[in-house]
Design a protein around this ligand. Sequence first.
Ligand SMILES: O=P(O)(O)O[C@H]1O[C@H](CO)[C@@H](O)[C@H]1O
Ligand SMILES: [Mn+2]
Ligand SMILES: [Mn+2]
Length: 401
Amino acid sequence: MRAFLVVMDSVGIGGAPDAGSYFNDGHPDTGANTVLHIAEACARGEAEDGRSGKLHLPNLDALGLGRAVELASGTLPPGLGAAPRGLWGAATERSKGKDTPSGHWELAGLPVPWDWHYFPDTQPAFPADLMAKVCEIAGTEGTLANCHGSGTVMLERFGAEHLRTGWPICYTSADSVFQIAAHEESFGLDRLLSLCETIAPLLHKRKVGRVIARPFVGQEGHFTRTANRHDYAIRPPEPVLTNWVQEAGGTVHAVGKIGDIFSMEGIDALHKGDDATLMSHLGDLVDNSGDGSLTFANFVEFDSLYGHRRNVSGYARALEWFDAELGRLLPRLRKDDMLLITADHGNDPTWRGTDHTRERVPVLVAGKGAGCAGQVGFADVAASVAAHLGVAARGAGRSFL
Ligand SMILES: O=P(O)(O)O[C@H]1O[C@H](CO)[C@@H](O)[C@H]1O
Ligand SMILES: [Mn+2]
Ligand SMILES: [Mn+2]
C-alpha cells in the first residue's frame, strides 16, 4: 500500500470564503476561479494558442474536477462535469497566506501558526538595514528595484543596469518573499546562491517565508530566467505529514519543489527537473516505490509559466498535458494504492495583477473509495493520507476516507 500526493500548483477552483481579504493590484480576489475561468475562455474560443476548443480534461473530470468546481464555487465549468468515479471534494484553506508554503504546510497537516511578514507595496519596499546587509554580503555599493513586481518585468526594467553596475535586483510580490535576481555569468550563480543563503536567516527571523534566488542569462531585450532558481524557506515549526510517515518507517519521496518547501524535513529522496521530467519521475515511482512509501509531488509550471504570466492558452495546454499524462499513470497504480490530486492556492490567469488568487482547491482521490467528501479543510488531506498508510496523524485535520 502506497500514497501519492500530487499538487497541481495554483490549480484553484474558486469559492474561498475569505477571498475578499486577499488582493491583486489592490483589488480583492473575490470571484477569482482558475479552472472555471480557463474553461470559460476555452469555450469562447479565446484560448487557441497551441490548443483549440473546449477545455479537454477527461481524466481529471472523471475523478471529479468539474463537480469539485461546482461544489466550491456554484458553477459547473463548460466541458466538465462528468459523474465522478472516485472520492472527490473541495478544500478550504485557513492559513493566512495564499502562497506556496502556506498551502503545502496546511495540506501536510500544519496550518501556518503565525502571520507572515509582507513587504509594503511602496518604493522602497524594503527597510534600509536589510538592503545594507545585502550590499555587505554581496560586496556591492547598492541594489536595484527595491519594489513589488513580476519577475520578468523586473528583468526588462533592471537587467541592463544590473549588467552595468553589478548590483543585485531585489523585489517582492503579494507573497511573503524576498527575491534576488542576478545574471548567472556576470554576477555569478554561486555568488547569488550564497548571497541568498546567507541573508535568509535574517528574513526568516522577521517571518518572511522565503528568500528566492532568481538567476537569469542573456543580453538586454533577451533576458531569460534559468532552472537554477532556488528557494530558501522557513523550516516548518512542527512535524508534518512527511515526518509522520518517515518516523513510522515509510520512505518519503519528494518530487519537484517539495524538498524546498519543507526544508527537506522528513524527506528521504529528492527528484527534480522541469514538469515533464517530474512526470517521468512520478511514473517511475508509481512503477517502483516501496510498500508504505509516500510520494509527495509538486508540478509548478501551471503557476510559474502560465498563472503569474496570465497566459490562459498556456495554462489550458498545461492542464491538458497533465490530464493526458494522468491517463497513463492511473492504470499503473496497484490495487491498494491511493493517489490524491490537489492544489495549494489559485492563480487565475484571467485575473488582474500577476499574483496568486485566494481560492478553494480540488481534492480528487483515485483508488480509495467513491462519492463526495464534501467541503473539507486543507489539513484533512494530510490526515487522510496518514489514515491510508496506517500512520498516526498528529496534525490539525480529520481523515475524509
Ligand atoms: O514574478 P515571479 O518572479 O515569477 O515571482 C512569483 O514567484 C514567487 C514565488 O512563487 C511569487 O511570490 C511571485 O512573486
Ligand atoms: Mn504554489
Ligand atoms: Mn507562484
